[in-house]
Design a protein around this ligand. Structure first.
Ligand code: SAM
Ligand code: SF4
Length: 400
């Protein structure tokens, strides 16, 4: 599936070799999979609902069935799971959705999460529509450190065509609101799609550079709700790199363990156009140059299911461990496929739990993580196609 990355672009593979340095920096090795990958980052989806209908994410409106409210995890349940995960080594949390700001009082959840010992950062990904100045301040005060905002076009009509909302100016205002609230860094996510916005790559780079924003271009993944994805629509990281290189010199930055992006500093422009300094530019290349080998992320869906890989079709339900009346003992919860006979991770951390239920949940999660699939890097075009057929959820229901 590789698109043949160029020499500078493939710099990420070089930095990967030394990446394990920070893996050994903490003693915890509980959330380890069979490939020795250790989960340290958690993406929490707080809702699958969204006011946008991005063409690379949502199915058509009349075919959506949202998760019923009573099935959503409460903030307390999310905090409890995060507390347990933190005791197993999770250090960083990203709140996402659907559109996370559709969940009222989100700052209450942020407040609960920021009290959890061991959680070093709480970030958020949002489409920005509901990010007023007061909301941005409340989130910052509650503990949101950085924010990623999605912006796929700088042309008003095109923005509307891609997202289903006439929201370009509103999102630009939200970026300012986040900045004024002291949220830093602010990142822009752009999904590059051939024939839709690939002619705007340099405009978006300049937009970010002008405002000192970080920028991530993401390759279109086959996780859309309308099944429009095909390989021809993917603008590869290499292609984006080549486009930007015509205008700017891209200086590779050192890759940290588990980073999803290959990042570059924009140095002197080859073709100076007089803007200020951008924070950095990143290329997220799950299709042409995936980052599965040291993936350190797991996901919690809005209805309490653990997902170990974006491209997995197995979801592990944690809710039965949380809700009394469903299963007080956890005994009726099915464990994932039998892992007897598999190599167990060594050096398990000894953790004290407040209750037997928490201990059972921790054991269950640990056994699930062992089942983390290798990832898209190890999929053939045929197995990827099969995944698309079996895939239970599109991006909005997973939490990107
Ligand atoms: N609603 C919020 C937003 O759009 O920022 C958060 C949730 S959204 C699912 C998280 C990120 O996933 C967004 O940056 C979005 O652009 C990206 N995304 C959605 N569908 C995608 C796809 N099929 N391929 C690549 N990225 C995708
Ligand atoms: Fe909504 Fe985000 Fe999906 Fe767009 S990408 S439809 S904003 S969840």
């Amino acid at each position: 599936m590789s698109n043949g990355a160029g020499s500078q672009f493939s710099e990420r593979n070089k930095t990967r070799e030394g990446d394990n340095d920070d893996v050994t920096s903490t003693a915890c090795r509980s959330l380890v999979d069979q490939r020795g990958r250790i989960a340290r980052k958690l993406r929490i989806s707080v809702t699958d609902r969204c006011n946008f209908s991005c063409l690379f994410c949502m199915p058509s409106r009349n075919s959506i069935s949202w998760i019923p409210n009573e099935q959503l995890l409460t903030f307390e349940e999310i905090a409890r799971i995060t507390q347990i995960l933190s005791s197993l080594g999770i250090e960083k949390v990203r709140i996402t959705g659907g559109e996370p700001l559709l969940r009222e009082g989100l700052e209450t959840l942020i407040g609960l999460l920021s009290k959890i010992k061991g959680i070093r950062s709480i970030d958020m990904t949002t489409n920005g529509w509901f990010l007023s100045s007061s909301k941005a301040r409340a989130l910052r005060k509650a503990g949101v450190r950085s924010m990623t905002m999605s912006l796929h076009s700088l042309k008003r009509d095109r923005f509307k065509k891609i997202s289903g909302m006439d929201g370009l100016q509103r999102i630009i205002d939200s970026i300012e609101a986040a900045r004024e609230a002291g949220i830093y860094p602010i990142k822009i996510n752009t999904v590059a799609i051939k024939g839709y916005n690939d002619d705007e790559i340099i405009d978006i780079v300049n937009f970010a550079k002008e405002r000192g924003l970080s920028l991530r271009f993401i390759e279109f993944m086959p996780l859309d709700g309308q099944n429009i994805w095909n390989p021809e629509m993917v603008v590869s990281g290499k292609q984006i790199f080549d486009i930007i290189s015509k205008h700017y010199k891209l200086n590779p930055k050192k890759r940290s363990h588990g980073d999803t992006a290959t990042t570059y500093e924009l140095t002197e422009s080859a073709n100076e156009i007089g803007y200020g300094k951008a924070a950095d530019i990143g290329l997220i290349t799950p299709i042409s140059n995936p980052f599965c080998a040291d993936c350190d992320r797991i996901r919690l869906t809005a209805d309490g299911k653990l997902l170990l890989c974006l491209f997995d079709s197995s979801y592990y339900d944690l809710k039965p461990f949380l809700r009394s009346g469903i299963d007080k003992t956890g005994q009726n919860c099915s464990y994932p496929r039998d892992c007897s006979g598999l190599e167990k991770p060594s050096a398990l951390k000894i953790v004290q739990y407040e209750s037997d239920k928490d201990k059972r949940l921790a054991d269950y999660i640990t056994s699930c993580v062992l089942m983390k699939p290798p990832g898209i890097e190890y999929m053939t075009p045929l197995s990827l196609e099969k995944m698309r057929e079996k895939r239970p959820r599109a991006m909005y229901g997973i939490g990107g």
